[in-house]
Design a binder for this molecule. Structure first.
Ligand SMILES: [Zn+2]
Length: 225
């Protein structure tokens, strides 16, 4: 029993452990490098739903933790949510006061995620206090690939954030979308082909998405649309 627990702990540590980064260079290079790691992580841990996330301390340029959901136990733990939970478990408040004395300087953390955060994960990004959120594929493009999305953009969630008295919140994260978009789009398109039935194609046509269908080989270029 003890050995089993120990093995589980070691596997968990290998998955979420902090480590020195292999990513170096200017901001664009760093963002692309970390996004590639997030995408690789997603493909390993959840190839059917390649949402992968990692949290990077951009002050020290180290990876703080990872997140992806295998959907084996709890489908609500989206990749970003899993990353927030993993980092919070790894860096508990030294004074048991996560509200005012968290174990990680969240203002120095960037969340990388292969897909634009849903409203649930976008909200957690604000509540957790990361200062940057970087994604590959947008919510509309994930939806176009065939999988249901709540069509509320992260910018709208961020814009809704207000401090008491309806003051503007100055600590909301900076948003950067479209990093390694081509690679992330391809992963979602590939994994979500199972959702693209006739109803999907008809609805895409009804919404004027003919070019998307043709460009991605979902219908033949010769097909009458
Ligand atoms: Zn989410």
């Amino acid at each position: 029993m003890f050995a089993k627990s120990l093995i589980a702990l070691i596997i968990s540590a290998a998955v979420v452990g902090t480590r020195a980064s292999d990513c170096h260079g200017d901001q664009k290079t760093l963002d692309e490098c970390y996004m590639q790691i997030a995408l690789d992580f997603a493909k390993v841990h959840n190839p059917r739903f390649p949402f992968g996330a990692l949290i990077v301390d951009h002050g020290s340029n180290t990876i703080s933790c990872y997140g992806a959901n295998s959907n084996k136990k709890n489908k609500l733990l989206h990749g970003e949510t899993a990353a927030f939970w993993n980092c919070t478990e790894m860096y508990p408040s030294p004074t048991h006061d996560d509200m005012f004395n968290p174990g990680l300087d969240w203002s120095k953390q960037t969340l990388y995620t292969t897909g634009e955060p849903c409203p649930m994960c976008a909200s957690q990004s604000i509540y957790r206090g990361v200062s940057r959120v970087v994604w590959g594929t947008s919510i509309p493009d994930i939806n176009r690939s065939g999988r249901q999305q709540l069509m509320i953009r992260m910018k709208d969630v961020v814009d809704s954030a207000r401090l008491g008295g309806l003051q503007t919140d100055p600590n909301v994260p900076e948003l950067v979308g479209g990093v390694l978009k081509e690679e992330c789009d391809a992963a979602f398109l590939d994994s979500f082909s199972v959702f693209r039935d006739n109803k999907y194609v008809e609805s895409m046509k009804a919404h004027g998405e003919h070019d998307f269908l043709r460009q991605h080989g979902i219908v033949s270029p010769k097909d009458e649309l």
